[in-house]
Write a protein that binds this ligand. Structure first.
Ligand SMILES: Cc1ncc(COP(=O)(O)O)c(C=O)c1O
Length: 378
């Protein structure tokens, strides 16, 4: 009993897609902790499920709604965003070339340049905003381009449709990490991407209490079966409770991400006008270099922003030490606003400016958040 239909809006689908009738009449779904599933007396599986690693009802409920929201044919849910990204890349072959952003989640860059490089995958770190770099990248015949937009932590906006056109012309696949936007604000498959990955640890969970990841694939994509097989063979699956928590988080995702984005816009406006701030990175600012593309390809600007504090690394560290309401922690997407000195998190080889602070804006009242920023900058 799927409570959906093509005409239903995203708020409705977030609540109802994949909802099934429980024999007890319970409105909230049960959690299925069983690791194995019974056969009938003729040896047939009763439900289609065999064993917890290859699938379970809680995971399918999550996969069904995420595929629907992204407009994909299917979704595979993982135990983390990193596991999801790894499985996509591991479904390529040793010797294949990946075009990956220069400015992206540092864990993805680390994975590409260590474990996957040792396995034989080649990576060309590419500035997708630089036409010469993009030309040189596609001239090298990549098997896959991986795009993250807006980027982490500099909020640079890549034109998904333009990269998709280059991929189509050269026979490469396009995967987009849509963690920062969620399908509420941006649906890369509509712009020609083949795969969408998420760290569902962030906005899908929404409460900083569950780790997960997803891969969503467009219809008729050969690599999808390989990704699914890699998951079954290597085992990075979400627990039933994690899948259940994530499905619950999706119900409020549209409301949360829109409210958080509204607060982020207020904070970005305050920071952009503040004399102690050297630069503010937020595509919702009308003079941001990514503003026009973001306005065209997304339904909002998101709830992440970065800024450079005057006074160099010392200024940034002082700012961090003075925060009273914003929580000093890495990650993003939760209801509490988090701030981090990104260079310190990424380590000494990081290309991130040493005076950069990254903020994940939560659901607190914007006036309280601005008051905390103001006193920390005073
Ligand atoms: C954009 C992005 N992609 C992927 C990941 C990795 O996700 P996870 O921590 O769930 O493995 C992160 C984590 O911060 C991220 O920000």
């Amino acid at each position: 009993m799927s409570q959906t239909g093509p005409s239903r809006r995203i708020e409705t689908r977030s609540v109802h897609v994949g909802r099934t009738a429980d024999p007890s009449g319970a409105v909230a779904p049960a959690i299925h902790l069983s690791t194995t599933f019974e056969r009938d007396d003729s040896g047939e599986l009763r439900s289609g499920f065999i064993y917890g690693r290859s699938g379970n009802p809680d995971r399918v409920a999550l996969e069904t709604v995420v595929a629907d929201l992204e407009g994909g044919a299917e979704c595979i849910a993982f135990g983390s965003g990193t596991a999801a990204i790894h499985s996509v890349l591991y479904a390529l072959a040793p010797g294949d070339l990946v075009l990956a952003p220069r400015d992206a989640y540092h864990g993805t860059m680390h994975l590409l340049s260590t474990a996957l490089a040792r396995w034989g995958l080649r990576t060309r770190f590419t500035d997708f905003l630089c036409p010469d770099d993009v030309d040189a990248g596609f001239a090298a015949h990549p098997a896959l381009a991986l795009v993250e937009t807006p980027s982490n932590p500099m909020l640079r906006v890549t034109d998904i449709g333009a990269v998709a056109a280059r991929c189509r012309a050269s026979g490469a696949l396009l995967a987009v990490d849509n963690t920062w936007m969620t399908p509420v604000l941006q649906r890369p498959l509509e712009h020609g991407a083949d795969l969408v990955v998420h760290s569902t640890t962030k906005y899908f969970g929404g409460h900083s209490d569950v780790t997960g990841g997803t891969v969503v694939a467009r219809r008729d994509l050969a690599i999808t079966e390989r990704i699914r097989a890699i998951q079954t063979d290597t085992g990075p699956v979400p627990s039933p409770f994690d899948a259940w928590l994530l499905r619950r988080g999706v119900k409020t995702l549209p409301l949360r991400i829109r409210a958080q984005s509204k607060r982020a816009a207020a904070l970005a406006g305050f920071l952009a006008a503040h004399p102690r701030i050297a630069e503010t990175f937020y595509p919702g600012l009308s003079d941001d270099p990514g503003h026009a593309i973001q306005s065209r390809q997304a339904d909002g600007f998101g709830a992440m922003l970065s800024f450079r504090v005057r006074g160099g690394e010392g200024g940034a560290r002082r700012f961090m030490s003075r925060l009273r309401l914003l929580v000093r922690a890495t990650s993003l997407g939760g209801v509490e606003t988090l701030a981090e000195h990104r260079f310190a998190v990424e380590g000494p080889t990081s290309p991130t400016p040493r005076d950069l602070i990254r903020v994940s804006v939560g659901l607190e009242h914007p006036a309280d958040l601005i008051a905390d920023l103001e006193q920390a900058l005073a």
